[in-house]
Design a protein around this ligand. Structure first.
Ligand SMILES: Nc1ncnc2c1ncn2[C@@H]1O[C@H](COP(=O)(O)OP(=O)(O)OP(=O)(O)O)[C@@H](O)[C@H]1O
Ligand SMILES: CC(=O)C(=O)O
Ligand SMILES: [K+]
Ligand SMILES: [Mg+2]
Length: 499
């Protein structure tokens, strides 16, 4: 959208009230729930920078959401800023039902009963809103509740009841999601269920046209939502929620079909190994950016602000990093739906966004040192070490070399190569135990202690490397060479074959 259009849109909305541009460019999506559905709180959230109000139809009734929509619209009018309403569809996710009393405190080691029986007689039982649930588990199955915060191990399976032992305890709230290790729990049902279709109809009847689809598997799922809306003669904007392995496998086709994507890190962190979430996030953002699809990074961004007025450093850094990764929008979930400080959390999000955006061009360049040098920046201060390390990287890339051998006194040569984060290992040889210790902090550097000046000679290094069996005979390596022994600074690199 052109700047003029943005200004036009805002001035339309402001109805001739004083107009100014927002002070942050990253869009802020907020989930609306009990903590934020009042007019007063919504007004504060919009003033603090909320751009999109998300209604999660996995929680609350249509009546409740109808009232939310009315409140959001009134609040937006009052403030004079546009707010988009996003309907998040429930999708094929098994959830527990409404608990008799919440939170239900699950204690490690205790036995609990999950039941699909329609009428709850025992308030200590956990209702499950999916009839086939007992058939999906067996003794020994692990059940994740609440994005994996709570874990149970199944002991016994009956017709309607499943008895399980609490492995990881904590407070459980109504309607939390459930998944079985290995991805079970997103039942064989595909995305866009009958319930999702009802929710699309609900949204359309309220004059809304933006829907996020949970647990998308493939591009066809996006089409299904479009086709359903078309039955009512409506066209919709679809945000594909990437929260299962299949969606990652089919990411390219989904991105081509969808209008936008959400990195739904809550379920994604249960469906794929949690440690892969950060790199998957970067990959999705990059691909979405290349195709120009808006991308929302969601879940646990400022999670601790659900209870505290200040976030953790790690959370602030997560938000900033998502922005530097190239996300278009950041999302708040429990922070604004059930948290103690919904408006303050939005204000914090906006503050982090503004500060990060202001520094983005400088930080971006520093983030990729290789780009920094390739663009010829910092040329007036370039050192011999810089030139040699850049040449090393070039040689590694061009020849597919797996090892760099660097004799070093201070460690500066291996560090200058390490900063580019090459795939190759950097084997550093030093006589200085202090240097050896400090190289423990450098990415991809494996330091070795050598005893005598003689061993600095590259023939000796190659011999000891070959004898150690670390590098096979006949493999090419890069070796950096200090031409003037006794002086710091490397003057050249040589490419050698291990004999
Ligand atoms: N309308 C609502 N009414 C009551 N509680 C809500 C509502 N919306 C959200 N919440 C609470 O906030 C939590 C976080 O919201 P979020 O939208 O991330 O839900 P979720 O259960 O994790 O499911 P999803 O995977 O669809 O996001 C919910 O688990 C629920 O406890
Ligand atoms: C937002 C969402 O659905 C998730 O993080 O799982
Ligand atoms: K949902
Ligand atoms: Mg989810």
């Amino acid at each position: 959208m052109m700047l003029e259009e943005v200004i036009h849109q805002i001035s339309e909305q402001t109805k001739r009230k004083r107009m100014s541009l927002p002070d942050h460019k990253t869009k802020i999506v907020c989930t609306i729930g009990p903590a934020s559905r009042s007019q007063e709180v919504l007004v504060r959230m919009i003033r603090a920078g909320m751009n999109v109000a998300r209604l999660n139809l996995s929680h609350g009734s249509f009546d409740e959401h109808r009232e939310n929509i009315r409140n959001i619209r009134t609040a937006a009018d009052e403030v004079g800023l546009p707010v988009t309403i996003l309907i998040d569809l429930p999708g094929p996710k098994i959830r527990i039902g409404d608990l008799a009393k919440e939170p239900m405190e699950l204690r490690k080691g205790e036995t609990v009963t999950l039941t699909t029986a329609p009428v709850q007689s025992d308030p200590d039982q956990i209702p499950v809103d999916f009839e086939q649930f007992p058939q999906l588990v067996a003794p020994g199955s692990i059940i994740f509740l609440s994005d994996g915060f709570l874990q149970l191990r199944v002991d016994e399976v009956g017709e309607n009841d499943v008895r399980a032992t609490v492995i990881i305890g904590g407070p459980l709230l109504s309607r939390k999601g459930m998944s079985l290790v290995g991805g079970g729990g997103i039942v064989a049902l595909s995305a866009v269920t009958d319930r999702d279709r009802e929710c699309i109809d609900f949204g359309l009847s309220e004059g809304l046209d933006t829907f996020s689809i949970s647990f998308i598997e493939r591009a066809e799922d996006v089409l299904k939502a479009r086709e359903h809306a078309a039955l009512s003669g409506k066209s919709v904007r679809v945000i594909a929620k990437i929260e299962r392995q299949e969606a990652l496998t089919n990411l390219d086709e989904i991105l081509r079909e969808t209008d936008g994507v959400m990195i739904a890190r809550g379920d994604l962190g249960v469906q794929i190994p949690i440690e892969e979430v950060p790199t998957v996030q970067k990959r999705i953002i990059q691909k979405a950016n290349i195709l120009g699809r808006p991308v929302i990074t969601a879940t646990q961004m400022l999670m601790s602000m659900t209870d505290n007025i200040r976030p953790t450093r790690a959370e602030v850094t997560d938000v900033a990093n998502a922005i530097l990764d190239g996300t278009d929008a950041v999302m708040l979930s429990e922070e604004t739906a059930i948290g103690k400080y919904p408006a303050e959390t939005v204000a914090m999000m906006a503050k982090i966004a503004r500060s990060t955006e202001e520094k983005r061009s400088t930080v971006g360049a520093v983030c990729s040192p290789l780009e920094y040098f390739r663009q010829g920046r910092g040329r007036e201060k370039i050192t011999v070490n810089d030139v040699v390390s850049l040449n090393v990287i070039e040689a590694l890339d061009a020849l597919g070399i797996r090892f760099v051998l660097t004799p070093t006194r201070s460690g500066s040569t291996p560090r200058s190569i390490s900063r580019f984060k090459p795939d190759a290992w950097i084997l550093a040889f030093t006589r200085n135990p202090g240097t050896l210790k400090f190289l423990a902090f450098s990415y991809g550097v494996c330091p070795f202690l050598i005893r005598s000046e003689k061993e600095y000679w590259h023939g000796a290094i190659l011999d000891s490397i070959r004898d150690s069996g670390l590098i096979g005979s006949g493999e090419r390596v890069v070796l950096t060479e200090g031409v003037s022994p006794g002086r710091e600074g490397t003057d050249s690199l040589i490419i050698l074959t291990v004999g």
